[in-house]
Design a protein around this ligand. Structure first.
Ligand SMILES: [Fe+2]
Length: 480
């Protein structure tokens, strides 16, 4: 029997590392599905004797599923970041984590502030860097991973050639241009976000434009259309003075997180030249993830998951997530329509939720009109999603997949070869099954959400964040 509190298994450390293991499969994975699903997320919730306080503090673990001709081979590895090695060797926190201060003397903490030392624990996602794949977070540093052995092979400075302290973890890839787009961030007397483009071979970045803010808004991701980059500037951000004082007081990013005296802003930039097209405002909200954006007449349509307030960040403390009665933020799927003449956005709720991890058929429709958004949805009483949900934003109909006592992670869409339509493909999701003390990789028909196959892991994985599918038909990204 499972109980509602079983979701807490998603926030429990897994230190077991498995070398390539062929998984038992129920049903079948399509024979055309070939490639590596590479996921990232928490592996360990302690640094030595220190219990980490926030979900985003957890030490990164890469999980890789190699899918070939119906077979699924699994391996996982904790990423050997400096933060991880320090936790192993010294038994504590090395750098200022989002919700846990460093276990270091005050002079070390001061030096870290002056030097701009950021964590290198890359727990958010993965991205391609030239021929390599790297684990990333909001940091200047990416850690490259050998996808055969899952060894951590090197460190790359993502800010090289940019006047930025760090880059965001959510990178866009444009297949036609063979180029990546991302934002760099620097904090100081003012906060500056730099939109940049990097060639697909991982070469030097080109800065397109810089957005300056007196306050320090937090931005987690942005959207691309065919012509524009849409930078969604949250109405929430950092009290930088408090963050600086934190070197002495041990206050963290989380303590310094607050509502700004500002609306939600959509800054629309020409992605070729960086020219500012317009800024559109909306009532305060918090956004982690965009589903997609596209142009329509003299408007830009943006579909995203929005939260009401800063609990979207502060509510993800591990003590709250692990409680019997968690007080959780509720994100809904919303459509904002932005007039290119500026002014106010129109907002419409597409799906109530609570939902997160919006994904689309990225390869075929990113930046263009889309019909389907896939999400992880929570059916109340749990800190973790209980369903994979498909929202048809044209007909406004919804399909769901779920099973009792199971918690599905981000659904990633992989297109079938020669697809007959936008949803001709599969969704891959790692599903936590606390009752079985195990996780499964589940493959759903993206059209019907019927399960086609599942591969049973030899152990339980903590609930993950973001992944990518790298295959012959998906050389870039499969999610946003
Ligand atoms: Fe994210």
């Amino acid at each position: 029997m499972t109980t509602p509190a079983d979701y807490r298994a998603g926030f429990r450390t897994q230190r077991e590392e498995v070398d390539d293991t062929r998984l038992p499969v129920d049903g079948s994975f399509p024979d055309w599905l070939t490639g590596d699903l590479v996921g990232n997320g928490p592996g360990q919730f302690e640094a030595g004797d220190t219990s980490l306080r926030h979900w985003f503090d957890s030490l990164a673990m890469i999980r890789r599923f190699r899918i070939d001709d119906g077979d699924v081979t699994y391996a996982n590895r904790l990423v050997r970041s400096r933060d991880y090695e320090y936790a192993e060797r010294e038994g504590g926190v090395r750098t200022p984590f989002p919700g846990t201060p460093p276990d270091r003397p005050v002079w070390t903490r001061l030096r870290q502030v002056l030097d701009g030392t950021f964590p290198d624990n890359p727990v958010i996602g993965v991205q391609r860097l030239g021929d390599e794949v790297a684990a990333v977070t909001e940091s200047p540093t990416a850690l490259t991973i050998d996808l055969d052995t899952l060894d951590t092979t090197g460190r790359t400075d993502l800010t090289a050639g940019l006047d930025s302290d760090l880059t965001l973890a959510h990178v866009h890839y444009d297949r036609d241009e063979d180029a990546f787009y991302n934002l760099g961030v620097s904090y100081g007397r003012e906060t500056v976000y730099t939109l940049f483009r990097r060639p697909g071979d991982g070469g030097a970045p080109t800065s397109l434009t810089r957005l300056r803010f007196e306050e320090a808004p937090y931005i987690h991701s942005f959207a691309l259309t065919e012509r524009y980059a849409v930078v969604t500037v949250n109405a929430f951000g950092l009290d930088t003075a408090r963050l600086l004082r934190g070197a002495v007081t041990k206050e963290t990013f989380l303590d310094a997180f607050r509502a700004l005296d500002a609306p939600l802003r959509f800054v629309v930039l020409d992605r070729e030249t960086g020219a500012h097209e317009t800024t559109v405002t909306a009532p305060p909200a918090f956004v982690y993830h965009h589903a997609n954006a596209y142009e329509r007449d003299r408007e830009v349509v943006v579909d995203l998951v929005a939260f009401e307030d800063e609990r979207a960040v502060s509510g993800l403390g591990l003590s709250n997530l692990r409680s019997d009665d968690p007080d959780l933020p509720r994100g809904g799927l919303y459509r904002y329509t932005l007039p290119l003449t500026g002014g106010d956005a129109e907002r419409e709720r597409l799906h109530r939720g609570p939902v997160e991890f919006p994904t689309i058929n990225y390869r075929d429709v990113n930046g263009e009109p889309h019909r389907y958004v896939y999400l992880a949805e929570t059916d109340g009483g749990s800190s973790l999603p209980t369903d994979v949900t498909k929202v048809d934003v044209e007909s406004r109909t919804v399909r769901r997949w779920g099973e009792t006592g199971a918690y599905p992670g981000e659904p990633l869409f992989v297109s079938a070869p020669d697809p007959a339509g936008e949803d001709d493909g599969v969704l891959l999701s790692v599903v936590l099954k606390p009752g079985a003390n195990r996780s499964d990789l589940v493959c759903l028909d993206a059209e019907t959400l019927r399960e086609c196959g599942r591969a049973r892991l030899p152990h339980r994985l903590p609930y993950g964040f973001h992944g990518q599918f790298y295959g012959p038909s998906s050389p870039g990204r499969s999610m946003n």
